[in-house]
Design a protein around this ligand. Structure first.
Ligand code: ATP
Length: 231
């Protein structure tokens, strides 16, 4: 489903005129329906890998081969902006700790919209959106409120609902449970298990190794790259 070959990403800090390597020849593979957990020290490049797959970042070299339903085998680094927009809409989901709120869009409308975007009829979209919000324990009193004033945990649960409700073929999870309490974490785990059972392929970063236990099929450990050496 996803094969990364020799991925290299450097960042240039312009005001310091300094370029450093964040990813040095990363190669990994995730089979269809599998769950790969990425672990490693802080700053070792875990989020950079996910952001490169989602094409938020553009790596300098390497390949990210994704088995797309629409485009067949595609190198995400070479995909056109249109193809990336399509894949983000229909095939690849990304959940982080942060919510991109749309101005004057209520929580319910936000989740509904992500279903309307993929062609679900409004009536069904609203029903499924309500089910997702209920599942993630977002109080009904909040459904018609604007999320910019939500607490961190509420925003996060809304964010997860928006991504999961679309049932993407590949779901990238960038520490989505970081600020959640135990009960909410269990909800997220249940949803991930359900997605897995439906055949969704997952790549996730979780600091909480207990959370990953029994969920991941494989673990990839990032090694921090420092000045030409593996630290
Ligand atoms: N947009 C950026 N511009 C400059 N440097 C960046 C950028 N994004 C990440 N980095 C740097 O790249 C390195 C890897 O960052 P990344 O966020 O991928 O690490 P991580 O393993 O996910 O860390 P953590 O576990 O702390 O979230 C870090 O040194 C970070 O400061």
């Amino acid at each position: 489903m996803l094969t990364i070959n020799e991925l290299q990403k450097t960042f240039t800090i312009h005001h310091l005129q300094n370029t450093f390597t964040a990813l040095n020849n990363i190669s990994l593979h995730v089979k269809e329906g599998g769950f790969l957990g990425i672990v490693g020290k802080s700053g070792s490049g875990k989020s950079t890998v996910l952001k490169s797959i989602y094409r938020t970042y553009e790596p300098q070299s390497g390949e990210i081969l994704f088995h797309s339903e629409a485009f067949g085998m595609i190198d995400l680094l070479k995909a056109s902006p249109r193809q990336i927009v399509y894949l983000r809409k229909y095939e690849i989901g990304y959940v982080s700790q942060f919510l991109n709120v749309m101005p004057r869009t209520t929580a319910l409308e936000l989740v509904t919209q992500s279903l309307l975007d993929i062609g679900i009829k409004r009536h069904d979209a609203v029903t499924r959106a309500k089910e997702a919000l209920t599942h993630f324990d977002l109080e009904e009193t909040l459904w018609n409120s604007y999320p910019n004033n939500f607490s961190g945990g509420e925003k996060l649960r809304l964010n997860i609902a928006c991504a999961i409700v679309k049932q993407p073929r590949l779901l990238l999870l960038d520490e989505p449970t970081a600020s959640l309490d135990e009960t909410s974490k269990i909800k997220v785990r249940e949803s991930i298990e359900k997605l897995k059972a439906q055949g969704t392929t997952l790549v996730g970063i979780f600091h909480d190794l207990e959370f990953m236990d029994g969920l991941c099929d494989e673990i990839f450990t990032m090694e921090k790259y420092v000045k030409g050496e593996i630290a």
